[in-house]
Design a protein around this ligand. Structure first.
Ligand SMILES: C[S@@+](CC[C@H](N)C(=O)[O-])C[C@H]1O[C@@H](n2cnc3c(N)ncnc32)[C@H](O)[C@@H]1O
Length: 199
């Protein structure tokens, strides 16, 4: 079964341990600290769309994308009246091309880290760069290899995994250690990486 089918299947069976109710504080922190102004934003692998809704409610013009149509359907319902302000897009980033040089800000939470190999991460980073306009920013939240591995936990990356894949296309503005913002008592250690598209 392909990676994307694995995710489609997981939404069908409800095996989605990453699901959370409240917007991740890492997104809010970075938007505030880096003074990122409302613009066209893209959330690949949006899942149930919690952060896309937060961005839309804070003035961003959001495209929320996922390979799972079921996830998008659930996300639309959960978004309530905010759903109309979001463009929901079913797409497989490995097969389809994202929109070109369109966005000012990309946010992903646990999407980039799902790609297991350097080659896949490199393709995804290149595609995301091509969908950003000049000086566009990408904030990615990724499982951190220095965290405690848990069988049902997120994939874990090293700083080297990240740098090797993104460096040709992005300047790294900051790479910080944090934890996922969710309702768990002991949330996983993550990387919080803010990048700017290279010229
Ligand atoms: C770990 S989940 C994170 C979901 C959400 N961002 C969150 O934090 O709750 C990864 C998401 O990426 C999506 N995904 C995985 N591979 C994908 C692909 N090739 N193209 C688009 N979305 C993909 C999955 O369907 C899933 O919703």
């Amino acid at each position: 079964m392909t990676e994307e089918n694995r995710f489609i299947d997981r939404y069908k069976t409800g095996n989605t341990p990453w699901a959370h109710q409240h917007p991740d504080f890492n997104l809010m922190d970075v938007i505030q600290q880096k003074n990122i102004k409302p613009c066209k934003a893209f959330e690949p692998g949006c899942g149930l769309g919690v952060e896309s809704v937060w961005l839309a409610q804070h003035g961003f013009e959001v495209t929320a994308m996922d390979v799972s149509e079921l996830a998008l359907e659930k996300a639309r319902k959960l978004a309530g009246s905010s759903a109309e302000r979001i463009h929901w897009l079913a797409m497989d980033i490995m097969k389809d091309e994202p929109l070109i040089e369109e966005y000012g800000f990309i946010f992903d939470r646990g999407f980039f880290h799902t790609f297991d190999t350097f080659e896949e991460r490199n393709i995804v980073a290149k595609k995301l760069a091509s969908s950003l306009k000049k000086d566009g920013l990408w904030l990615s939240l990724m499982g951190n290899k220095d965290g405690v591995p848990v069988r049902t936990g997120p994939p874990l990356l090293t700083a080297t995994d990240i740098v090797l894949a993104v460096d040709p296309f992005f300047e790294i503005i900051s790479l910080q250690v944090s934890v996922f913002g969710n309702e768990e008592a002991n949330p996983h250690k993550i990387w919080r990486c803010l990048m700017k598209k290279r010229q």
